[in-house]
Design a protein around this ligand. Sequence first.
Ligand code: COA
Length: 505
Amino acid sequence: MSDHSRILCPVLQQRIMSAEQAAELIPAGANVGMSGFTGAGYPKAVPGALAQRIRQLNSQPNAKPFRINVWTGASTAPELDGVLAEVDGIEMRLPFQSDPICRNRINDGTMDYVDYHLSEVSQYAWSGFLGKMDIALIEVAGIREDGSLIPSSSIGNNKTWIEQADKIILEVNARQNAKLEGMHDVYYGTALPPNRKPIMLTDPADRIGEQYLACPPEKVIAVVETAAPDRNSPFKPSDEVSKKIAGHILEFFNKEIELGRLPKELLPIQSGVGNIPNAVLEGLNAGPYKNLTAFTEVIQDGMLKMLKSGTLKVASATAFSLSPDGIQEFDDNIDFYRDKIILRQQDISNHPELARRLGVIAMNGLIECDLYGNVNSTHIMGTRMMNGIGGSGDFARNGYLSIFVSPSTAKDGAISAIVPMVSHVDHTEHDVKIIVTEQGLADLRGLSPRQRAHEIINNCAHPDFRPALIDYYERALHSGRGMHTPHLLEEALSWHQRYEQSGQM
Ligand code: COA
């Protein structure tokens, strides 16, 4: 039996109820802003209770389908996206997901999805074109006496959801480490244009805001107590391919330092989630680097190790994304990590002004890249959504260096990650500076499209696909058409068509 020790506000103690009771307060068609970012800090109980209610209501004869619109920080977990998608309970989902059931619904057309740059979501909500937010459903680590909230393992869009929603449901999760208190930095100085002021953050270590989320108690209609862990997916151990990719990046950094183009502490690093970025972090940790900084979206295991070893001195992010071993390490040593990690809302952690000012080194994954450096990081064969653009665009466009990484092939060698023309563009040739596969690294800075094609084919393409890429490029070059960005339009997407028809590019 809980002693409600994490709910110190007397008024809000009166609103404690079960997840099932709280789920009853969410009406059909509601716009619900939920907490959650990369499997951290999402509500763990009310979405499941709501899914059960939806299943029951929708199973009644002639029932009008009960669906809600789900807005979050980023991806969540099976207990949120999975359960609601399974009962067909989501009409519209934004701004990022990575759940398999959700993905199937998006791709079979039974769920609408808008994937936004993560830094922009709060501005869109504020500007009103997404519609009115009815309910915010937010996980917190505790409620203080004055009703202010101790954020949990992610902040994401929580500040905006709490401000925008008519009503608020709080999940207070006793499983979240109580010592998270004080690690957050919630900035209250944002505004819509023309009232914006510079954001006075000049170092990833800067604190510019408050430790707590302000929350008017009168808007809180329910408080639910939980004690469940975050998703905490394990990382695959680094394989040969990711080790080679990491090796190419480290070699590149060392050369840039030698040439005086990067300081020896590098510049603040941003690393996407996934096994390859994690392997790069492992590689950095094994290298000669000291006192690096991170201005990124998520803290993953590799960053904890770097903080532990002194390779990294501070990390700014909006969420954790740790494996079970990583969370154990963090919980066991939270006193060490507390002053080295700052969690911010995502409109600040990913802010273009800050990424540009700090000169972030952005490292993100790609699905495919074309001969000229356009990158697709969201769509399989141009039509099927994988996850979403997430924060990659925030950092790639505005960072100092934008690095995109991938194995040179997918699906056991049937697919080339380097194609004549990408089937969908997320990052244009103007935003992409470096491409890295296990084959090598293409430095596209200062190169014309034709020069880029040589660099990408020779350094990044898999040898099995290199001759066909050269053949395409040469024929395009001599086709008598435009020479700036040579293409054979009738063939440009033929690799994708071939794969769709035969299972082999
Ligand atoms: N065609 C078809 N499938 C492809 C493919 C291609 N060209 N390239 C990769 N895939 C598949 C892989 O086979 C794998 O499928 P599986 O899960 O069924 O095995 C899946 O896509 C993931 O690929 P993987 O090589 O393991 O890379 P990853 O886990 O690093 O993911 C992205 C790569 C691009 C999907 C991922 O980085 C992403 O979602 N990026 C966008 C968001 C982002 O960058 N966020 C960063 C800020 S945190």
